[in-house]
Write a protein that binds this ligand. Structure first.
Ligand SMILES: [Mn+2]
Length: 437
């Protein structure tokens, strides 16, 4: 039934910030491969997001900060990240704001350099069992915080059964856990648990970490993945931040998402249908970006522009090096001294102005091809079969062995792209009966 407040309790309000998955030393590898200059500009962003969190804690005069694991990104490059993290701990503890943190799979206890001491006022949970730390305000116990750190990169065990409320609990009980919730997915290496199990335990707030997309899994009591505070690639677009949490007497919890990202990844679709004049292209993209970025234009955007639509420019755009040229041109015009916004890449998903309905009726090879593609694109099983055989053949398909299988959405984009590349080569522009106009 939530929090039972003792009438003698001095608790009027508890205010804290919950973050996780800082990944401080993220190398931005994928991006650096194509765009080393951009990777250099991004390198600081994860750290800047943490600085923003520290500033928020100080400005809001919170009682404490919770960090639910994955403070740094890699075991080997952890040293610089540890120094930077400890700098921020010092800034907070100097303002009498304690930091309670657990370690996750990336920054498991074996990866920490023990020549650094954790500053007084900050507490790192151990890995040998769920620990309980009591937070006091003016000598009164106000909140018990429970947590456990990863001892090594993989924890196959469900840790939830070890979270047990102790004797003489403080008015508020908070549990910090780094792991994979069943309603998001299943990964047995990262302390998997079922949401249902958490709700069977009488905690007032579950401060989760591990999943990078923010999700409030339950409202009362709150079960929260704050997501990572700084996106790291185009799989992590949009505003990223942390939660400012207030617990008021009477079991009222107020959650406020606060964006703290330093750089924001965004994918923007620009539909070129009807744009048939190359000289209008730049203006058209400019307008589309203005509309999409709108009031957020002060943000530091890293953009992937996805060109779609039916346009006679399709063939020109598909020429070797053409979209790179356009991206370079956009970047030199957008460059405002801070280096943002920046166009990382342009993805080309346009189609030529051919009428596939008409073509499909033809009795020749093109007609047969369109009908076959039509069957494949609407049948996920067939699509997957074809993909599997391709994976065996194509060296370029190795990427999927690295990144995991493409999702249905990606597969659909791949087949669309293949379809229009083929048709563009097979269908003669002069074939008036196949053209739209
Ligand atoms: Mn993790």
């Amino acid at each position: 039934m939530g929090i039972q407040y003792n009438t003698n309790s001095t608790l009027k309000q508890l205010k804290f910030v919950h973050t996780a998955d800082l990944h401080l030393d993220t190398p931005f590898k994928g991006l650096s491969q194509w765009n080393p200059e951009l990777a250099e500009r991004l390198k600081d962003s994860t750290y800047r997001a943490l600085v923003n969190i520290t500033d928020l804690c100080i400005k809001e005069k919170v009682d404490f900060l919770l960090v639910a694991g994955d403070i740094f990104d890699s075991e080997s490059a952890g040293l610089a990240a540890q120094i930077r993290f400890i700098n921020e701990l010092q800034r907070l503890t100097a303002q009498r704001i304690p930091v309670y943190f657990i370690c996750g799979n990336h920054d498991h206890l074996g990866a920490w350099d023990n020549s650094f001491s954790i500053p007084d006022g900050a507490y790192r949970f151990g890995s040998s069992g769920v620990e309980r730390v009591t937070h006091y305000i003016e000598g009164e116990p106000v909140a018990d915080i429970y947590g456990i750190s990863y001892k090594s990169a993989h924890i196959n065990q469900n840790l939830v059964p070890f979270y047990r409320k102790g004797e003489n609990p403080a008015p508020v009980s908070i549990a910090m856990l780094h792991g994979m919730a069943d309603i998001i997915g299943h990964d047995e290496k990262y302390a998997p648990f079922a949401l249902r199990e958490l709700l069977e335990n009488p905690f007032d707030y579950w401060a989760l970490g591990h999943v990078h997309k923010r999700r409030v899994l339950n409202d009362d009591p709150p079960v929260v993945y704050p997501g990572n505070p700084q996106g790291r690639d185009f799989g992590e677009t949009g505003e990223k931040g942390c939660y400012l949490v207030e617990i008021l007497p009477g079991n009222r919890t107020i959650l406020e998402f606060v964006p703290v990202h330093h750089v924001r990844f965004e994918e923007i679709e620009v539909d070129l249908t009807g744009v048939d004049d190359f000289s209008r292209l730049n203006t058209f993209i400019d307008n589309a970006l203005d509309n999409a970025l709108g009031e957020n234009e002060a943000d530091r955007f890293v953009l992937r522009i996805r060109l779609t639509g039916r346009t006679s420019l399709h063939r020109v755009l598909n020429r070797q090096g053409e979209v790179e040229q356009i991206a370079g041109d956009l970047n030199s015009r957008y460059y405002d001294g801070t280096g943002f916004p920046v166009v990382d890449s342009i993805e080309l998903l346009t189609r030529p102005p051919v009428d596939t309905g008409l073509l499909a009726g033809r009795k020749d090879f093109v007609g047969g091809l369109i009908r076959s593609i039509g069957r494949i694109e609407n049948d996920e099983r067939l699509l997957r079969q074809m993909l599997e055989s391709l994976l065996k053949e194509l060296p370029a398909a190795r990427i999927f062995r690295e990144t995991g299988e493409p999702d249905p959405d990606q597969m659909h984009r791949i087949i669309q792209k293949a379809k229009w590349l083929l048709l563009d080569r097979l269908v003669d522009d002069a074939a008036g009966d196949a053209m739209d106009e």
